[in-house]
Write a protein that binds this ligand. Structure first.
Ligand code: 5GP
Length: 194
């Protein structure tokens, strides 16, 4: 998605060869027009599939899951990190190791909102190690639902996430794919997106 790549070039802060900060427009302050355009792009890529629900993980996937949900006309669910006390009913859960925070946590979704009739699109802001998305894929499997695809806004293609998901036969599309980066320089993989 050219407009996204351009924004990353202009505003992205490359903190190291592994960490990209996009706080000014994607995951702290959010450019709402860009977020809605990202939702439309996910519709262009996945809209032919019979998706019934979008899934993401709180917090930074929420704006893109909502944009995709609006574009596709389906609800979205965000997995909660840690088992909240307010989730007194039964939950599906999976352990996740956080790459950015170097800590382990649980993600969970109420069993009320996901089941065998659901066909799911997973959406997230970054695909890095793939740990969060593998956790979501496990939850979807546990619920007996079907995972139709994974859509990520930014993929750091030099990390192992895409490979892990593809090994499980998951259909992965990312809107901006970073081949490599060092402070001051970033290279994207040519994409089929707009
Ligand atoms: P994972 O390693 O599980 O693929 O990534 C989990 C989460 O870590 C992503 O959804 C994203 O919120 C965060 N993350 C991973 N790499 C980066 C990065 O380079 N920059 C930012 N801002 N967040 C990242």
């Amino acid at each position: 998605m050219k407009v996204l790549e351009e924004r990353i070039r202009q505003e992205g802060l490359i903190l190291s060869d592994k960490v990209l900060k996009v706080d000014s427009f994607l995951n702290h302050q959010v450019d709402t027009e860009l977020a809605l355009a990202i939702g439309q792009e996910f519709k262009r890529i996945f809209g032919h599939l019979p998706i019934t629900k979008i899934l993401t993980v709180e917090a930074s996937g929420i704006q893109f899951a909502m944009a995709a949900g609006i574009a596709l006309g389906v609800p979205f669910i965000y997995a909660k990190k840690r088992k909240a006390v307010t989730l007194s009913e039964a939950v599906y859960s999976a352990p996740v190791h956080s790459f950015t925070r170097q800590e382990d946590y649980q993600i969970s979704i109420s069993q009320k909102y996901l089941g065998p009739a659901d066909k799911v699109l997973v959406v997230d802001d970054f695909l890095a190690t793939g740990a969060a998305l593998v956790g979501l894929a496990d939850i979807i499997e546990e619920a007996g639902a079907e995972l139709l695809g994974v859509g990520c806004v930014i993929e750091k293609s030099f990390q192992e996430g895409r490979g892990l998901l593809e090994q499980r036969g998951i259909n992965v599309h990312s809107l901006a794919r970073i081949a490599s980066m060092v402070p001051g320089e970033i290279h994207f993989i040519d994409n089929d997106s707009t």
